[in-house]
Design a protein. Structure first.
Length: 234
């Protein structure tokens, strides 16, 4: 074990740090939530991470996405994340996957090779496909529910999706998963009622949610903590 993770070893133990270094995880989404999951897991000593996203960093990401800097504008998010992770730990193995994950390309991902699957994307059909892929491969998964239009980072909870309430995304996901006979899905969700934005922006498809620096970050760090605990106790 290197000095790089010595403080973590003080709490988790060297055996746990070794287990994390041999773990291979996949994160879908490198944005406000996924970026913080990625950052925390890289700093926790996870040895191999596949990060999946098709977007590029733009100026509107800077208020909340850890990979979004003046120097990364216009760069693919997965490439910015990879470069950042290698600055944290030169020994980490990063597979940057430039993909907008949806059901029609889900077969391109071999879920069976991962020790943990993390869903931090916004598209409902994509989220369902990620969960289906993980469940079919019998791999642990955690999925993030809605973080937009919220201001309270303390509103997030970890629960089985069947026990969630208030969150509209969790409600929609519950029904779709029930229809497919999928149970026992761990999620991070907020019981805070979504705010109505004071200024609206529309891309032509649906209104863009407002977001601040500390809410998606809190969700991402909470997800990372669950993944680390599950990995070292598996």
């Amino acid at each position: 074990m290197t000095e790089r993770f010595s403080r973590s070893a003080m709490l988790l133990g060297e055996t746990s740090i070794e287990k994390l270094s041999k773990s291979h995880i996949i994160i879908f989404g490198a944005g406000g939530v996924g970026g913080y999951v990625f950052e925390a897991l890289a700093r926790s000593g996870v040895g191999k991470i596949d990060i999946v996203d098709s977007d590029v960093v733009n100026a509107s990401n800077i208020n909340r996405q850890i990979i979004a800097l003046e120097s990364t504008l216009g760069i693919k998010k997965v490439e910015a994340a990879k470069k950042r992770a290698l600055e944290i730990n030169p020994d980490i193995k990063i597979n940057a996957v430039d993909m907008f994950f949806m059901p029609d390309n889900a077969a391109e991902i071999d879920f069976s090779k991962y020790d943990y699957v993390i869903d931090a994307i916004d598209t409902v059909t994509g989220k369902i496909a990620i969960i289906e892929g993980a469940k079919t491969a019998e791999k642990p998964i955690i999925s993030c529910m809605g973080a937009g239009n919220k201001l309270n980072p303390m509103g997030f909870k970890v629960a089985d999706i069947a026990k969630t309430k208030i969150c509209p995304l969790a409600r929609a996901m519950r029904k779709l998963l029930k229809d497919r006979g999928i149970r026992n899905v761990k999620v991070v969700y907020s019981e805070e009622e979504a705010m109505k934005p004071k200024i609206t922006e529309n891309t032509g498809e649906k209104p863009v949610p407002g977001s601040v620096s500390f809410v998606p970050a809190a969700a991402g760090l909470l997800i990372a903590s669950e993944v680390v605990k599950d990995l070292i106790n598996s």
